[in-house]
Write a protein that binds this ligand. Structure first.
Ligand code: PLP
Length: 423
């Protein structure tokens, strides 16, 4: 009898036994092509020797040195590599164990930054509907997936949410993408003015929305306008690249493609690539200096932050993500995947939209292409799609959450960057 408390008590899952490149193999020897990296995690596949060696080498030196007592070389190295790729102005790296911790840290850093600046009245945060920023309470408060929030409503921090940039559902007839992007971004200004600009501390967004909408990139110009609005009112821009970052879109930081400079950016998933639990919150020099020259102490922290084995893994992952040709391969394979999806499903009666960037792609499922009604408000089909795919030896990531009737049902694909034509 199992004593594990699983995610879903009603399903019986195969037991993972071995990893082999783009495949996971279960205890019966059945192979599964990992077309979603679990949840956009396994960007280097499942048996990457360089990452495994880096962990072993570090393990032979030491595994844990509490960050309240010691600094460490792997953490310094990883931070340097991240900052070298990060958008302009990003200067410091706070290493944690995953995406929720990175976003939770961001929520608290925003607040402490304004307290240290003497702007105590700035505590209100604005995020977007149909987003996901993690399952801890601060991150969940920022998140805009109503299904995930519903149960915990009374425990959440009061934040406000605006509609996302979601061309398929919100762009109006006769509007160009550029006009729509401006209109969608200007919703932020309206909300800031409604709340009172002096009270607003930060705006949170995923540059390419992952789990809740399915690989939805903002249109060109949207994030730039968001940046302008944040600057106008002295508000911090926090980008969540936990799913879309670390090369997933064909750029190490997705926002670099949008030419937007965040004040804080969170990464996770691909940075540990599944070899270690790892996440990072990166912030600007200005935020860091405000705290360093103020109290000198970020009122936060986790026991396992900056763990040496996780940092060593992350550092070996970064080396490989930045290898010549790697991002070009992601972009080229992404285009091939997109073309194949269009060929196969472009006319499918239940596929409303096919979208994404790099190796981050999704099919949006609808019951009617004309009305765009979501296919499966009850979620029952998602489980079935996943089960049937697993039966066929394929891992894909069907998701949705149609509590408001708008969130798209979708199947997300986020394969390892080592895929080739044979896969
Ligand atoms: N932010 C985004 C955009 C995510 O997609 C996720 C996870 O799916 C998280 C945060 C939370 O990350 P984790 O599950 O590592 O806590």
């Amino acid at each position: 009898m199992s004593h594990i408390f699983p995610r879903n008590t009603r399903v019986t899952l195969p037991t993972a036994a071995k990893g082999d490149g783009c495949y996971l193999i279960d205890s019966t020897g059945k192979r599964y092509l990992d077309a979603c990296g679990g949840a956009a995690v396994s960007c280097l596949g499942h048996s990457n020797e360089k990452v495994i060696d880096a962990i072993k080498t570090q393990l032979d030196k030491f595994s844990f040195a509490h960050t309240g007592f010691f600094g460490s070389e792997p953490a310094e190295e990883l931070a340097n590599k991240l900052v070298a790729q990060a958008p302009t102005g990003i200067d410091r790296v706070y290493l944690v164990s995953g995406g929720s911790e990175a976003m939770e840290s961001a929520v608290k850093l925003v607040r402490q930054y304004f307290v240290e600046k003497g702007e105590h009245q700035r505590s209100h945060m604005i995020a977007r509907w149909q987003s996901y920023h993690g399952n801890t309470l601060g991150a969940l408060s920022a998140g805009g997936n109503k299904w995930r929030r519903e149960m915990f409503g009374p425990l959440l921090i009061e934040m406000s949410h605006i509609d996302p940039c979601y061309t398929y559902r919100y762009m109006q007839e006769g509007e160009t993408e550029e006009e729509y992007g401006l209109r969608a971004a200007n919703l932020l200004e309206e909300e800031i003015l409604r709340v009172g600009p002096e009270k607003v501390a930060a705006f949170f967004a995923e540059p390419v929305v992952g789990a809740t909408m399915g690989a939805v990139p903002a249109v060109k110009g949207y994030l730039k306008r968001i940046r302008e609005i944040c600057d106008k009112y002295g508000i911090l821009l926090v980008l969540d690249e936990v799913m879309c970052g670390m090369g997933r879109t064909g750029h190490i930081f997705a926002c670099n493609e949008d030419e937007v400079r965040p004040d804080i950016v969170a990464v996770a998933k691909g940075i540990g690539a599944g070899y270690q639990p790892l996440g990072a919150m990166l912030c600007s020099k200005e935020i860091y200096d405000t705290i360093a020259e103020g109290s000198g102490f970020f009122q936060h922290g986790h026991t396992y932050m900056g763990h040496s084995l996780a940092a060593a893994a992350g550092s070996a992952v970064m080396d490989q993500l930045t290898e010549p040709g790697r991002m070009e391969h992601v972009r080229a394979m992404g285009e091939k995947l997109s073309a194949a999806l269009h060929d196969e499903f472009g006319q499918h009666p239940y596929v409303g939209d096919i979208r994404g960037r790099g190796l981050f792609r999704a099919l949006e499922l609808v019951s009617d292409r004309g009305t765009k009604a979501p296919l499966d408000p009850s979620f029952k089909l998602h489980a079935k799609v996943k089960q049937n795919a697993m039966k066929a030896g394929l891992m894909c990531y069907p998701m949705g959450g149609t509590v408001d009737g708008k969130t798209g049902d979708h199947i997300l694909l986020a394969p390892p960057f080592i895929i080739d034509d044979s896969h």
